[in-house]
Design a binder for this molecule. Structure first.
Ligand SMILES: [Zn+2]
Ligand SMILES: [Zn+2]
Length: 258
């Protein structure tokens, strides 16, 4: 059965219970979305051999989504692995530079990487027996994207917003989706206090509206701020003001059956 495992659910600042946001898609193959730190340890906790991961999709180039790639590649010393990496030009340039800086370019010692630039939104950039994936532009940084994943056997669609403020394109892509996994940085009162957040992230109040506009069957908020002080009950209450549907608030290492 296809699964999505939430390897982390926090924003840029990790907390005692939540690490930076990333996902593992598990079908017949294993696909990572983003690479914050401690991936090998997290995968070991869910009994996944890290060296079996063959593909990594990147949402954008911010450090909390990318910095762990160095350690992830370094861990694969002499395993003779191949990894396909899909990301923006900026993501690919950063990874190439990091490989050079940390001397991980020798493919006799470290994985052979094939890079794929995400440059055509709304078309399938990856397809296998189990799924097909396209990306759309997110509202966050110039290179930020979200993903639309169609699981063929289950006939279910999952939308992952990436880090994102309110995004008209997502509303279009996510109509009637089965799972909407969306940025939910903090309650609305912090957006009033720090209006710059409107350009980068989504409040729990806005997220309820977005989920209703999308008519999603299940909403899963992610990328929670750990640096701001609030109670999760406040966040849930705000979401439910505008969204009456099914809501799952994930914990790190939660496994979602598709
Ligand atoms: Zn982030
Ligand atoms: Zn970001």
């Amino acid at each position: 059965m296809a699964k999505i495992i939430f390897l982390g659910t926090s924003g840029a600042v990790a907390s005692e219970k939540r690490d930076n946001t990333s996902f593992l898609i598990q079908t017949d193959e294993l696909i990572l979305i983003d690479t914050p730190g401690s991936l090998v340890s997290k995968l070991a906790k869910i009994k996944i051999n890290f060296y079996k991961i063959s593909k990594i999709f990147f949402t954008h180039s911010h450090p909390d989504h990318l910095y762990g790639i160095v350690s992830f590649l370094h861990s694969q010393y002499k395993l003779n692995n191949k990894v396909d990496i899909y990301g923006s030009l900026k993501v690919i340039k950063l990874i190439k530079n990091l490989r050079k800086i940390f001397s991980l370019e020798n493919t006799k010692l470290y994985p052979k990487i094939t890079f794929h630039t995400l440059n055509q939104p709304n078309f399938t950039f990856y397809a296998s027996r189990d799924l097909s994936v396209s990306f759309f532009r997110a509202k966050h940084s110039p290179d930020a994207v979200g993903f639309k994943i169609f699981f063929k056997n289950e006939r279910k669609t999952v939308i992952i917003s990436g880090d994102s403020a309110f995004n008209n394109q997502l509303i279009k892509e996510a109509q009637n989706c089965d799972f909407l996994i969306h940025d939910c940085f903090c309650p609305y009162r912090f957006f009033k206090k720090y209006p710059q957040l409107y350009k980068k992230h989504t409040s729990s109040l806005q997220l309820g509206k977005i989920a209703s506009l999308c008519k999603t069957k299940t909403l899963i908020p992610i990328h929670f701020s750990s640096e701001l002080k609030y109670n999760f009950l406040e966040l849930i209450r705000e979401i439910k003001r505008n969204y009456p549907g099914k809501l799952i608030v994930p914990k790190d290492l939660m496994s979602l059956n598709i």
